[in-house]
Design a protein around this ligand. Sequence first.
Ligand code: FE2
Length: 213
Amino acid sequence: MRGGRMQVKRLEQRLAECENAVVCSLSMLLDLKDLNTGLHATRLAEWAVRVGELLDLSPRELRDIENASLLHDIGKIGVAEEILKKPGRLTREEYEAVKKHAEFGWAILRKIPSLEDASLLVLHHHERVDGRGYPSGLVGEQIPLGARIVAVVDAFDAMLSSRSYRDGLGVTESLRRLEESAGTQFDARIVKLFVRLARGEVEEISSLTQSAA
Ligand SMILES: [Fe+2]
């Protein structure tokens, strides 16, 4: 029972943090399905918004980026749990099933008027600037700017977080890998802004994860 009470407390905390009720509810759903597996989702959204601010984006664009950061993996609700939680390498078919989450997320969010633009960022959050991403294989600036920002922050979180099959990489190594993939996987300008921002907070970020920098 104690676990249940703790979870309710966590959900209440999350509710207090969210402004948009729909985004908040969907984000809670991700928490309950254990799909927010990395750092605290609102923390990631905050970084994405700060990168957007450095790029002088409008308040509307910043809100879309915040919402897309919070909900980018909502489509994983449509992917079989045994695939999402599978330790080790996925088969080709399993990977194809995981890739579907980008389109599922777009389909879930596009019908909500206030999230229509954010849904496009969700759709494209796994594109790569070299065109080798999914679902559309968009290249460089064809990829919505907000989606390029979410991609960087999401990848950083994934590298930093421990999964069932490996330990997190630590802040320094995660940032190094982001820089290594700047210009191929990620938008180089966004990596530069994000790395500068994260380097200023290495100790704080390390304390949010089990692994050391
Ligand atoms: Fe994703």
